[in-house]
Design a protein around this ligand. Structure first.
Ligand SMILES: Nc1ncnc2c1ncn2[C@@H]1O[C@H](COP(=O)(O)OP(=O)(O)OP(=O)(O)O)[C@@H](O)[C@H]1O
Length: 219
């Protein structure tokens, strides 16, 4: 990662409502994220945290409310928004039949590509030195997650939306990632994530709690 900082940006959600099939999930969610923000979406299992992240990333439609990028409806700014966004889903998304290096190469192609020495260095920095040429099917769940997370060391995109990025990551790895999130925010980037970890070292972390809609309360 370079030491450059990012131009001003903002993602705002106002009174977002989202329904999946017949189930009402998000009910009036408000959220504003810009340069330097670290936001953790919290709430019980099944309440809609992943759903919110997917809506914020423009991957799922919302039913009511406003979602804006740079003050304009995201639906009209999709190309510009996508150029600023790095989204990691709750599955690692690596291809088992490719090596760690091939996977990272493929993932970085989505952002215009990256030369091999930088890919190798990123894998080494996430603790995968010596595993570059291993097929991902031979890696553990935590190692596969690290392959996906290596993108964070290479990307120049300011807005990271990360669904459970710390799943299967050991304690030392969690600390390293917390430092990376802090560094990204210090450069003017922003992170919106879900995690069941406490994220204790992120002092400027803001929590947004998703509450169950009333019809889910007695479940
Ligand atoms: N693909 C889907 N199609 C329809 N409904 C879904 C789908 N995925 C999830 N849901 C429903 O949406 C609800 C919210 O799911 P979501 O994954 O957003 O919750 P979450 O808060 O992230 O949960 P967790 O903490 O367990 O990861 C679930 O209770 C489930 O009923």
């Amino acid at each position: 990662m370079t030491a450059t900082s990012y131009a001003p940006f903002s993602l705002t959600a106002e009174a977002l409502v989202c329904q999946r099939h017949t189930q009402r999930l998000l009910q009036g969610v408000n959220l504003s994220v810009g340069n330097g923000d670290l936001v953790q979406v919290v709430g019980p299992n099944g309440v809609g945290k992943t759903t919110l992240l997917r809506v914020l990333a423009g991957l799922l439609p919302h039913d009511e409310g406003q979602l804006c990028w740079q003050g304009e409806p995201l639906s009209q700014q999709r190309l510009a928004f996508n150029q600023h966004l790095l989204f990691l889903g709750h599955l690692s998304g690596v291809k088992h039949e490719l090596t760690a290096l091939e996977n990272l190469d493929w993932l970085m192609q989505l952002e215009g590509g990256c030369d091999e020495p930088r890919l190798v260095e990123a894998l080494q920095r996430v603790g995968l030195a010596g595993y570059e040429d291993h097929l991902c099917q031979q890696l553990s769940a935590g190692q596969q997650r690290r392959v996906a997370l290596a993108r964070l060391l290479l990307t120049e995109r300011p807005l990271w939306i990360l669904d459970e990025p710390l799943t299967a990551i050991d304690q030392a790895g969690v600390q390293a990632l917390e430092q990376l999130f802090q560094l990204h925010a210090a450069r003017g980037g922003a992170v919106i994530l879900t995690s069941h970890h406490a994220l204790q070292s992120l002092t400027s972390l803001r929590q947004v709690e998703i509450m169950p809609p009333e019809d889910m309360l007695d479940v």
